[in-house]
Ligand binder design. Structure first.
Ligand code: NCD
Length: 368
């Protein structure tokens, strides 16, 4: 069903396909031995142009636990990007060596561009401050495990809602469920981008409120999604220092929360959750990280088309006579978002979304 597809946005899969993936993750957790050789002979490329510990290692652990192999790099300094190679050419090369690729890149829309030029399935492992769909699969799987539903939930998102791509992806994914109320908890400087707010407004089953006060917001939420302030995405260090301690979740604040509230965090935690909260049974972020590996196992299996009884059927490394469908991009018009991948070397594609024109790669509004 998902064989050969890419995962760039969490909604690239239907709700039914997601449920199928989560059921597969359930089965892997129950009987990991049955999947230990499912990807034997297959190679995952991890192309990390931006640092990562958890996401990269969980992808690598996932592929190893499926019996496959991993190749790749952990920072852009050790890739040909430093020589000026385009994302399009890098992924074409990788398509010759691997069967599936996970890419993380600081430019917004980079994974989308890679998918346009790839001959193998591409997974977005984070594109700048834009999207992070495999973290969302992890978040949704944890919500499913802890709450047993994706509807009728009040979801508090706290911290850096401007640069936090995990927040953008989670909102994007949850907008298709019924009766979701988002409580956006951030200082005014770190509010969610306009395109994210427009997504909530366009979703029939969802609503939102803005409450910068964590003490009062915590009382109403079923899920509290904490995030760190994303130092590396600030243009000014001064601004970062001013905002970095905006929210600290401690046991005092936890006393005001519902007894069955669930605290999630994509990790890494800097100082926004005190250590004592870890002992509270409502703190679910470590189990969330653990689920992440199993969800990525299920994802790799599905994208490679590895049915449970048979072996994977997608095969990279066989490009040979294939012609490139999309010519090498070489444009001069760029998106107004300075962090958009179109500023590297690409022509800007425009799409109509929620009544306005947006950049196809990074969702930023296009003003003409
Ligand atoms: C997140 C990311 O990279 O966006 N981390 C992760 O994937 N585990 C969140 C973060 O870095 O704050």
């Amino acid at each position: 069903m998902l064989k050969g597809k890419n995962l760039i946005y969490p909604t690239d899969f239907t709700a039914e396909q997601l449920e199928d993936l989560f059921c597969l993750a359930d089965r892997i957790i129950a009987r990991p031995d049955q999947y230990a050789h499912s990807c034997s002979g297959k190679i995952l490329a991890t192309l990390f142009f931006e640092p990562s510990t958890r996401t990269r290692l969980s992808f690598e652990a996932a592929m190893e636990r499926l019996g496959g192999k991993v190749l790749g790099f952990a920072d852009s300094a050790s890739s040909s990007a430093t020589k000026g190679e385009s994302i399009a050419d890098t992924i074409r090369m990788i398509s010759c060596y691997a069967d599936i690729a996970a890419i993380r890149h600081p430019a917004e829309g980079a994974a989308h561009v890679a998918a346009l030029h790839s001959f193998i399935p591409v997974i977005n492992a984070g594109d700048g401050g834009h999207q992070h769909p495999t973290q969302t699969l992890t978040d949704l799987y944890t919500i499913r495990a802890k709450k047993g539903r994706f509807h009728n939930l009040t979801v508090g998102l706290c911290g850096d809602l401007k640069y936090g791509r995990t927040v953008h992806s989670l909102i994007h994914a949850m907008c298709r469920y019924e009766s979701i109320h988002f409580v956006l908890i951030s200082p005014p400087e770190l509010q969610a981008p306009d395109y994210v707010i427009r997504e909530i407004e366009a979703a029939s089953g969802c609503s939102y409120s803005v409450n910068p006060d964590l003490d009062s917001a915590i009382r109403q939420v079923d899920i509290l999604y904490m995030t760190r302030v994303q130092r590396e995405r600030f243009a000014s260090q001064e601004e970062y220092l001013r905002l970095k301690d905006s929210y600290i979740l401690d046991i005092q604040k936890m006393k005001n929360a519902k007894e069955d509230m669930v605290v999630l965090h994509p990790m890494p935690i800097v100082n926004e959750i005190t250590g004592a909260v870890d002992e509270d049974s409502r703190a679910c972020y470590f189990v969330q990280a653990q689920y992440g590996m199993y969800v990525r196992m299920a994802l790799i299996l599905r994208l490679l088309g590895a049915e449970e009884e048979g072996g994977p059927t997608i095969c990279g490394g066989r490009m040979f006579e294939k012609t490139c469908q999309n010519p090498r991009p070489n444009g001069t018009i760029h998106c107004q978002n300075p962090k958009c991948v179109s500023n590297l070397d690409l022509t800007l594609p425009i799409r109509v979304k929620d009544g306005g024109k947006v950049c196809e790669y990074c969702d930023a509004a296009i003003e003409e």
